[in-house]
Design a protein around this ligand. Sequence first.
Ligand SMILES: NC(=O)C1=CN([C@@H]2O[C@H](COP(=O)(O)OP(=O)(O)OC[C@H]3O[C@@H](n4cnc5c(N)ncnc54)[C@H](OP(=O)(O)O)[C@@H]3O)[C@@H](O)[C@H]2O)C=CC1
Ligand SMILES: O=C(O)C(=O)Cc1ccc(O)cc1
Length: 451
Amino acid sequence: MANTTNNIAQEETIVEMETIQLGIIGMGDMGKLYARTLSAAGWKNVNVCDMPNKYEALCGEFAGTDIRVMKDGHLVSRQSDWILYSVPAEFIDSVVATYGPSTKIGAIVAGQTSVKAPEIAAFEKHLPEDVHIITCHSMHGPTVPSKGQPLVIINHRGTAETLALVERILGCFESEIAHLSYKEHDRITADTQAVTHMAFLSMGTTWKHQDNFPWFDPTYTGGIENVKVNMTMRILSNKWHVYAGLAILNPSAKAQVKQYSLSVAALFKLMIQEKEAEFVARIRAAGEFVFGNRGAREQILLSDNLLDQYSLGSVPKDKRKPNSHLSLLAMVDCWYQLKMNPYSHMVCQTPLFRFWLGISEYLFLNEDFLQDAMQAALYEKEIREDDMEFMMSARGWQECIALGNMEGYRVRFEDTAQFFKSRFGEAAVVGKQMIEMITRKTNPPTTTAAP
Ligand SMILES: NC(=O)C1=CN([C@@H]2O[C@H](COP(=O)(O)OP(=O)(O)OC[C@H]3O[C@@H](n4cnc5c(N)ncnc54)[C@H](OP(=O)(O)O)[C@@H]3O)[C@@H](O)[C@H]2O)C=CC1
Ligand SMILES: O=C(O)C(=O)Cc1ccc(O)cc1
């Protein structure tokens, strides 16, 4: 009896994979990852398109596969039962306005954009009433294996049946599914992505303004400095529009980014006045709030020694210089000021966020290390110039995001990237090894967001 039931279920799966039509609009890095993974899992009808001028090139690239390249999103939309828009967030409204009205009756529509408020607004505005909206977001880049990484599913306007189909379609990614509302998604990713990226980008701009390759500088080599350097290189070697979109278009990001910039400035002002008691009290209160009462929550457990191996430079350990870790002190202060528990955001963690929280945790849970950082912040005059530049860089990124200035963001991002370009190849290799390491250490995230 059990065997018969299993056989029927298997047959139904095969029929579903042979008959259901999947569509992807936007064949950039993420669109291609999705098309290849779905096709490899056995979905027989994967219809894809990019801009009409890329039709020939895509036909060439996917010749000999089951993936069907189409001229435009109308052709994909009218015959697909599940459609994923995988385009830059900035263009989601205009792309959905163009192809949305061609959506097949009863189809399910999703988007891969990293910020959901504009995507949901575009879907509500331009899609016919008779289609389902169940969107998603893979919390990793195209080169990171999807297994075990969070995959957010947002059932905005779907039925139990269509949601179950979406889960079967996305099951082949072997990701950890998290069900959230689009507002929860944006509130949490404002922290795990927008603020995290802004902190790394501020380090990049600081080093550029200081005309300093950090891997030659004794202040920035070894241990947790390797996270700062390699993750900054990783962001800067990627596409600016991904980072600009998720920061500028996320309604929750502006307030969080603003607080980060305010925290950097407030701590820096205490540092230059050497107001030790006030500075230490503020850091202690923030540390107690974020790390004091973690209860049974997991620790990320990064260590300076573990991170030592991922260095782009080779300054010997005894030649390294102290660092104020202003970027990390300010991050913890920012969580404290906003009364946010970053561990409850693991549901939308990216590898980068896990590193970021991991090194903050390492700094605050190692008393000697924290003491050294606070002493350096208050009394090591030599590093003040970097900290001053960092404060200005953070303010610059914050204002750019607050003004909603996509073009300004592009110029800032590309100018900074240009400075480091010669080391991207090497940084990509080390960055990949680091991501593999943190992924191995990743425990399954929880599936619901804590309040
Ligand atoms: N990269 C990442 O790490 C991740 C990205 N995301 C999100 O996924 C989405 C896609 O990102 P990603 O693949 O990296 O970006 P890409 O720039 O590589 O891909 C986007 C693609 O969409 C195409 N496109 C733009 N307009 C249209 C249109 N009207 N019709 C068809 N195609 C169109 C673009 O063409 P053209 O270049 O010619 O404009 C491009 O090929 C973004 O919203 C991003 O935020 C989500 C998770 C991770
Ligand atoms: O790992 C990194 O570099 C990222 O931060 C990648 C990334 C970019 C955008 C997303 O929406 C999700 C993941």
